[in-house]
Each structure stands twice: as structure tokens, then as C-alpha cells.
Design a protein around this ligand. Structure first.
Ligand SMILES: Nc1ncnc2c1ncn2[C@@H]1O[C@H](COP(=O)(O)OP(=O)(O)OP(=O)(O)O)[C@@H](O)[C@H]1O
Length: 318
């Protein structure tokens, strides 16, 4: 049976009357790099605060390492390293001094400072003042601080937010290294699939307080492969739309003489063409388009799903 380091069941949270999480079910496999994805304001930081016991759920349950968080908070959180938004650092101290302060406070052995500096690749800059660090270096120092007690699980809130492309690349490499060489399970949030799709092994997508997708990245890629659309140019869009709708197809106007129709695969273009011609509509253009992962993510998190959106109720071509 798969071992999950974090499990939430029907997790609910409200700020006053605003219900942010409406029954969130998450399962984070041990050994994974798990991306927690959702648009701005979806409730990612709120979920992370709940996972760290900084907020209390209004409903549902959280288990970390198989134990109920509320009853075992201190014991459980000892094995969790976290970075929420930008790390709190002493800017007038060096990286080594920042780590040293935390090491002493937590009663950790001295050589751990050198180890974590090496892991986050800051050894060469360890004696520079943090106020001269780039944002990417500050983020890596934040991760080094979280790593001091050698936790099994890391929870990171948007660790690539605001980083330039080279900072994002360094962060990706660091996360993979932490996972593969140091055995850490990593839960990270992001609002951009493109930033994390090369890094994560698993992910979930939240939309309107619930999970719209959860699974391995390959499963999402499979969904995208099957999420095809046909773009059709016709002489009479009104009539074409009626024919397609009458045949149970999801149709969207693209402007001009073009319509977009959801299909299962390329071979269905011929059937659609025939259907329109038989009903007296001339087809002057047909383009088959496969959704990218990013388009799939956007369609899953749009307020009203469109033709390209994927759900078990997505219409399928005859
Ligand atoms: N302390 C608070 N009091 C009231 N509402 C809040 C508070 N914190 C967050 N919210 C609201 O809860 C919703 C979710 O916020 P949250 O920060 O969890 O989203 P997020 O997915 O992390 O977004 P972002 O990517 O923008 O950080 C938003 O509508 C936000 O305005």
C-alpha cells in the first residue's frame, strides 16, 4: 500500500463568511515532489498554514506522517521543514550567521550548518551579508534554515515566485537534488504549471476550494493527450453550430467563420466533416489541436469550463 506523508480529508476553511476550502482531499506520497497548483487566491497559502498548524480547520481532518495533526502537532511538526512566502532573515548578518542563530536556538549539532550550506549551494557565499543576496539566494538560504533539523518533509509556498529564469532553474535543480540525493518528500505550491511541470512527480490542481485533479504528472499528461479540439472553418457558423449541438457536441465560436469542437482523437475529424456536409454546411478548413499542459491547467481552473476543459462529463464526438 502506498505510504502518504500528508493526507487531508474533506478539509474546510473559511475566513469569516468567505469559504476558501470546501472539502479538500489531498494525498501526498512519501518520496514525491508534489506540486500544489491553483490560480492566485485559490487557497494555497491557507492550505499550507493549515498543514503547519498555523490555522485551525473549520472542518475535515489533516494527517501528517499518518497522525492526526491537531492531536500530535509538536511531535509531527518536528519532522517538517517549511518556507512560507519570503523567508525571515537577518539581512545585516551573513548566511552562516543566520544559520548559526537558528542552530543554537534549536540545539542542533554544529556541523549541520556546513552540511546545509553545501546542500543549497551557498558555501562559497556563506560569509557575505544577506542584504547583498539575490532573491534566489535568499530563497535557498530559507530552505537551508528549514533543513537544519533534517526534516523528512519539506513544505514550500511558491519557492520560485519572483525568481528570474536562472533562479528558477537553480531552484528546480535544488528540489530534485533534495528529493533524489537526500530523500526528502517535498510539497510545493505554485500558480504556474510551467514553472513546476519539469520538477514534480505528482500534483493536484485546486479550483473553487476543491481538488480538480490529483495524480502523477504522467496521468495529467495522459489527460492532455486525450484533450483534443478541432477548429473548423465553415460557410455558415449558425447552422454548423446547430448541427453540432444537436449531435451532442460542445461547440465554441472562435470569431469569423471558425468554431472549436471537443473531440477524442484526430480520426474523428473525418466523421465531423461528413456530418456537417450531410447537413448542408460546407467545411472550408479543419485544424486539429492538442492541448498543452498549461492550457489544460487553465481550462481546469476557469470559472465556467469551456470546450477545451477536461472533466468526466466532457462531451465526446460521435
Ligand atoms: N487573513 C485573511 N483574512 C481574510 N481573507 C484572507 C486572509 N488570507 C487570505 N484571505 C483570502 O483567502 C483567499 C485565499 O488566499 P490564499 O493566500 O490562501 O491564496 P493563494 O492560493 O495562496 O493565492 P496567492 O497565489 O495569490 O498567494 C483569498 O481570497 C484571500 O483574499
Amino acid at each position: 500500500m502506498q505510504d502518504f506523508l500528508i493526507q487531508t480529508q474533506h478539509l474546510r476553511y473559511s475566513y469569516g463568511r468567505q469559504e476558501i476550502l470546501k472539502g479538500l482531499d489531498l494525498q501526498i506520497p512519501k518520496g514525491s515532489i508534489y506540486g500544489f497548483l491553483g490560480p492566485n487566491g485559490a487557497g494555497k497559502t491557507t492550505t499550507i498554514r493549515l498543514l503547519l498548524g498555523l490555522l485551525h480547520p473549520t472542518g475535515g481532518e489533516i494527517k501528517v506522517f499518518g497522525k492526526r495533526l491537531q492531536q500530535n502537532r509538536l511531535e509531527v511538526l518536528r519532522q517538517v521543514g517549511a518556507l512560507i512566502e519570503t523567508p525571515s532573515l537577518y539581512k545585516h548578518l551573513t548566511a552562516r550567521e543566520n544559520l548559526e542563530v537558528m542552530r543554537r536556538l534549536q540545539g542542533i549539532e554544529k556541523n549541520r550548518v556546513e552540511e546545509v550550506l553545501e546542500i543549497v549551494r551557498l558555501s562559497a557565499d556563506a560569509d557575505r551579508l544577506v542584504k547583498h543576496y539575490s532573491l534566489g539566494m535568499c530563497q535557498r538560504l530559507g530552505i537551508a534554515l528549514a533543513l537544519l533539523p533534517n526534516p523528512e518533509l519539506l513544505i514550500l509556498d511558491e519557492p520560485t515566485n519572483g525568481l528570474d529564469p536562472s533562479g528558477i532553474r537553480e531552484m528546480r535543480e535544488l528540489l530534485k537534488d533534495l528529493n533524489q540525493q537526500h530523500g526528502k518528500t517535498i510539497f510545493l505550491s505554485s500558480h504556474l504549471l510551467s514553472e513546476i511541470e519539469k520538477t514534480v512527480t505528482h500534483l493536484s490542481i485546486i479550483h473553487e476550494g476543491k481538488v480538480a485533479f490529483e495524480g502523477a504528472i504522467q496521468e495529467l499528461q495522459q489527460v492532455a493527450i486525450h484533450a483534443n479540439v478541432l477548429e473548423v472553418e465553415v460557410t455558415n457558423t449558425l447552422m454548423a453550430k446547430e448541427v453540432l449541438l444537436n449531435n451532442g457536441l460542445a461547440v465554441e465560436s472562435l470569431g469569423g467563420d471558425w468554431l472549436r469542437v471537443a473531440v477524442q482523437n484526430k480520426s474523428e475529424s473525418a466523421a465531423l466533416n461528413q456530418l456537417l456536409v450531410e447537413q448542408g454546411v460546407s467545411v472550408t478548413g479543419l485544424v486539429f489541436a492538442q492541448q498543452s499542459l498549461e492550457e489544460l491547467f487553465l481550462s481546469m481552473t476557469e470559472t465556467s469550463p469551456t470546450v477545451g476543459s477536461i472533466s468526466s462529463s466532457s462531451p465526446i464526438l460521435v
